[in-house]
Design a binder for this molecule. Sequence first.
Ligand SMILES: [Zn+2]
Length: 107
Amino acid sequence: MSDDRKVELERLRDELKERLERYRAHRQHLGGPVDRDMEDQPLETRDDEVVASLEAEAEDELAQVRHALARIREGRGEICERCGEVIDAGRLAAVSHATLCRECRGD
Ligand SMILES: [Zn+2]
């Protein structure tokens, strides 16, 4: 059970790393920061902003996945890091990178 979750998290981590590389390549392709005075490329600017927000999201998720993997390595992967209670299996199955129980998370 715990091993499955570790495998799932490692898969997710690799996927996120790949996704981040694609976002970064995309940004470099656009040639760095967009000049805000240039009004002739509104679509590219928008696209760039979307990619930047997707990139930030993927970075957050990757950090959370790495954090969860570190907790699993310490043998505390199923323990809520705030209250110390066991996180229920249903929640871990639904959110494999969870490190807080339902109550601490507030959902
Ligand atoms: Zn808790």
